[in-house]
Write a protein that binds this ligand. Structure first.
Ligand SMILES: [Zn+2]
Length: 417
């Protein structure tokens, strides 16, 4: 199958650049926050392109955007493909947007060929993947898959005090004619194209990354409680110095957890000292831990040791270790991965298997249907920065591979999980 017949690469690139004008920053990046006026403007543009090609837009209670190409059997579980349209405050043109636009291009090209797929093909833009305006991210995909309750999602507030519930109302008011789907529906499969956000594809001169899975992640909030005292008068042996206890914990954690093996990623990224005054013995230290590993057994064991090491090094202070995120590693569907690798081979794009070090909405979809991801290279592995860049021919290659896998699934009489 010639890749040139599967998508219109020029149209895809032109539209991706046009989308990047919405929320464009002076330094060439994009600032398009979830549920903002910028995202509403992006929805209008994307809906316009989809409607031109005969796709039908709709939304749901979580503010996800769906663009459906009708298949012959409207009752068969549809194919879902997409990514997100929100960005980091100093984000780039490709993170998320490339996946939505590649998926739209694949579906629009399919519609133009006039062959009606066996089942519906639905392009999706998930609400608030980035989590920069409303934390934590991936709200749309977690609501869709039933992992997070809508009441909890609606209650989250941005820095100005605006809740997700209020912002969702503004979004839906901006599109009064858009039909609402029930939250969550059975999908036949999910596909997501994304820039790698790392340097491995570029280093290996590969155009296509066949993503094996997403590495697991745990986060913790740790609070060390001691007692405040005068730096000049309180005897050293009588002190309950929370910062000194933190220093022992950090040293022990880096020495043991940070050296578990070559794949471990251990980070203490934020430390808050109270009262944080030069002549006062610190009474309280609160710090964050971010732990990642592709092997769930290693991740879980390290998680248990983190709590133990904090407690072993706390005296004479006390410590509380609160787990926040607990997202195990997942493996993407073997059959879909094989289809992606085969499509890349047929189209002549060098490909390699790759583990995703960053989280994506596909992690959640993989729990409810066969799911897979396609990575394309980004220059110097840079992402979440304004100079984020993907080459036009790499975007075209990824979209073309996505389009081929989509066609195989769209015309299959059934999708074996
Ligand atoms: Zn992304």
């Amino acid at each position: 199958m010639g890749s040139s017949t599967l998508i219109n690469a020029d149209r895809l690139w032109t539209r991706l650049m046009a989308l990047a004008e919405i929320g464009a920053t002076p330094a060439g990046g994009v600032n398009r926050q979830a549920l903002s006026d910028g995202e509403i403007a992006a929805w209008r543009r994307v809906i316009g392109w989809a409607c031109e090609a005969g796709l039908t837009p709709s939304t749901d209670a979580a503010g996800n955007l769906f663009l459906a190409l009708a298949g012959r059997d409207r009752a068969a579980p549809p194919l879902l493909l997409g990514s997100h349209l929100d960005s980091q405050p100093t984000g780039g043109k490709f993170d998320g947007a490339a996946g939505v636009m590649a998926a739209l291009e694949a579906a629009v090209s399919l519609a133009e060929q006039g062959d009606r797929p066996a089942r519906d093909v639905i392009i999706v833009a998930w609400m608030n993947e980035e989590g920069s305006r409303f934390a934590p991210g991936m709200m749309g995909s977690e609501a869709f898959t039933g992992e997070r309750d809508m009441d909890a999602i609606r209650a989250a507030r941005d820095a100005d005090g605006i809740s997700v519930g209020e912002a969702l109302a503004s979004l839906h008011q901006a599109f009064p004619d858009l039909p609402h789907r029930p939250l969550g529906f059975a999908a036949g499969a999910y596909l997501e194209l994304h820039i790698e956000q790392g340097p491995l594809l570029e280093a290996a001169a590969c155009t296509i990354g066949v993503v094996t899975g997403i590495q697991g992640k745990k986060t913790f909030q740790v609070v060390v409680e001691g007692a405040e005292g005068h730096a000049g008068t309180l005897a050293q042996q009588e002190r309950r110095d929370a910062l000194a206890a933190f220093a022992r914990m950090a040293t022990a954690l880096h020495a043991e957890i940070g050296t578990v093996d070559a794949d471990i990623k251990f980070t203490i990224g934020r430390v808050t000292v109270t009262p944080n005054a030069p002549s006062v013995v610190p009474s309280r230290v609160s710090f964050s831990i971010d732990l990642r590993h592709p092997d769930n057994a290693v991740l879980n064991a390290a998680g248990v040791r983190i709590a133990a090491l904090c407690h072993e090094n706390a005296a004479p202070c006390t410590v509380t270790v609160t787990p926040l995120v607990d997202a195990p590693s997942n493996a993407f569907d073997a059959r879909l991965r094989a289809s992606i690798a085969e499509a890349a081979r047929e189209q002549g794009h060098p490909a390699m298997a790759i583990l995703s070090a960053a989280g994506h909405d596909a992690r959640h979809l993989a729990k409810v249907c066969p799911a897979a991801m396609i990575f394309i290279p980004c220059r110097d592995g840079a992402s979440h920065v304004e100079h984020e860049w993907a080459e036009p021919n790499h975007v075209a290659a990824g979209a073309s591979v996505l389009a081929q896998v989509l066609r195989e699934l769209a015309f299959a009489p059934c999708i074996a999980a």
